[in-house]
Design a binder for this molecule. Structure first.
Ligand code: ADP
Length: 232
């Protein structure tokens, strides 16, 4: 199965007059089937790193691979697009569509999935995240936490090999975070790679997975079975 590999990857942005590196010379390999937490304070570069990994943005320097294929191309192959399910940091549900319609759009991007198969997938994805009753509602009818769960359902609806989750736990209560951690552990045991940026320190410490810590766009710590804030 394909690994994700970043080779000397940097992403520069400008603020006021200065150019700075949001991600700075990062070398990193994540093997298929790993469970990785990405931690660091706000502005450390977590979101940028996640966006680079799945090709949502292209690096200023360096290369990103998924297996042998390049991810860092402006025009991505369908294979690459289909390989990553993502929950973005900023919620992105379409406000004028029902939850069901929000999910259908993604289910239909899978080749060969049409008609009742689309409905079936939507139903299954919503029940997996514990929200089978929200299908006909609109995002505005749901709490912030429920919207995040719907976004998780949308990310996993086509069973991608890699799930990238950016601050998914921010708006959620402890019980819900536990449910999500169980679900993610299960998906991970079935072979899905999980890459999760989070500030949920207590959960990171209990899960004991690989923990990558970013400081100023650089990898400051990368520890197997790590704790929040561990450095090598
Ligand atoms: P984190 O997810 O750890 O909070 P980010 O990756 O969002 O960090 O941001 C890292 C730095 O890059 C921050 O200083 C942020 O303001 C800046 N940044 C991120 N995205 C952009 C962008 N699209 N344009 C300009 N600056 C950005």
């Amino acid at each position: 199965m394909p690994d994700i590999k970043l080779e000397s990857v940097s992403k520069y942005y400008k603020n006021d007059r200065r150019r700075f590196a949001a991600v700075d010379e990062v070398n990193l390999t994540i093997k298929q089937g790993e469970f990785v937490f990405v931690t660091g304070s706000s502005g450390a570069g977590k979101s940028t790193l996640l966006q680079l990994m799945c090709g949502e943005i292209v690096p200023s320097e360096g290369k990103v691979y998924f297996g042998k294929k390049r991810v860092d191309q402006r025009r991505k192959e369908e294979y690459i697009r289909a390989s990553f399910g993502k929950v973005p940091q900023i919620p992105q549900l379409m406000r004028k569509r029902t939850i069901e319609q929000n999910l259908e759009v993604v289910a239909r991007t899978k080749r060969g999935v049409r008609g009742s198969a689309v409905q079936k997938r939507v139903k299954k994805a919503l029940s997996v995240v514990g929200l089978p009753y929200v299908a006909k509602k609109y995002p505005v009818d749901l709490s912030g936490g429920e919207c995040r769960l719907v976004e998780l359902a949308r990310a996993l609806i086509n069973s991608p090999p890699v799930l990238i989750l950016d601050e998914l736990t921010g708006n959620l209560d402890e019980d819900t975070i536990w449910d999500i951690m169980h679900l993610l552990t299960e998906l991970n045991q079935q072979g899905t790679t999980i890459i999760m940026a989070t500030h949920a320190k207590q959960f990171v410490n209990l899960m004991r997975k690989r923990v990558i810590t970013l400081v100023d766009g650089r990898i400051f710590g990368d520890v197997e079975r790590g704790r929040y804030g561990d450095i090598v």
